[in-house]
Design a protein around this ligand. Sequence first.
Ligand SMILES: [Zn+2]
Length: 461
Amino acid sequence: MLRSAGILVLFLWLLPPSITAQEPKALPEPDERYKADILAVVAHPDDEAAVTPYLARALDEHKRIAVVFGTHGSSGANEAGAEQAAALGDVREIEARNALMTLGINRVWFLSGKDTATQDVLVSLANWDHGETLEQMVRLVRLTRPEVILTFLPGTFIGEDHGDHQASGVLATEAFDLAGNPAVFPEQVSGPMKRLEPFLENLRPWQAKKIYYFPDAERKDIFRGKGPSYSVKEISKLSGKPYWRMALDAFRAHQTQAKSYLDRIAQMDEAQIEKMATSDGWGEDQHYVLGKSLVGGSVTGDIFEGITPGAIPFVRPEVAPQPVQPDLSIELAGPWSFYAEFRRAHGLTSLPHPEPPEIALQGPGTLVIPLWMRNQTPKAQEVTRSAALPAGWSVENGTGEFMVAAKQTAAARVEVNLPAPPENNTKQAQTVEVTVRAEANGQAIGEAKLRVELRKRALPQ
Ligand SMILES: [Zn+2]
């Protein structure tokens, strides 16, 4: 008996594989319920109002929409109740979901970023745990497989210039360039080899086709003509209301952020609401800036121009070459040099940005000008830094003579004391230029320039 069982086992080994192999069966496909045409990526609950007038139009065109928030908004104000901090974040998550549900959008996710009171995108990215939130963002692109990503323009400007808004634009851009690459977060795009294997995610790489930005900047001129514009006054086929009005109705969910404003609106009749909308922004056209398109189309054409159904292959971003630096040079560092690198790394060198770079700050206060001083010569160099400032401004520290070692790039900073902003002055009059100049061996080696607006209130630098 034992002997014949052994022969049977041996015999099974020798059978051709087609007899013992599993019957072929279709592999599970991605879940269609989560497929999006548009993925909007913003920072805080209520930031979605920057795009809801356009999203209301896109719903008319039967577009499937998903929205990602970077934070729960836990350090915002609360006009509706006592809840603060993490508890407020829980409340604001529901407000954001309710706002979007008003439009019928229920595919809404939150990254684990945290509110950061800064204009410096690098500080926001650090506070968001950049690596972790990027992994989450890439996962959501692979899950929702968007045709188009809409997000805040990654750049620093005079405006609200919120570091968190910028961070959402940075993460969305990085995810646009990474989600289609199977070598990035490969555990997300690997399938389990064993039954009930609980770690691998079985997503597929996904290359979105276009990315568009909306800027968080006061000046509009440099962005005009860089992408499509949409009137918000047309009437929605779905609701019979203008798009701006649908967006305002959605915004009513944000009681913690705007209860007094929303209570005022609740007292108004239709004519009064319409009049208010023309003065406070709801009635303004929506302007977008084309970041990049992998499917052609014109710069100012419709967001969906050139987009056809189906996946496209992964496209590696075209990295622009590093500009040639003189042997001795000085340049702005911090977020300004980061964005120069970012635009080069992501094929966004035509993305509009102000020249000279600009910032709005609270006065009295301090302006910190971060600098790189490069010395590629084979010997140490004495570099003299000086600052040209408007009347009433003074250098706190950072000017004078400094040694920069041979073949070294040294970090430096100039700190400037800011006066109070002049009373009753126009914004134009309050905007001034600050220049840091550097000399070595009696020769100018470069300068770093900033346009600065003084305000009574601004986010910390
Ligand atoms: Zn915000």
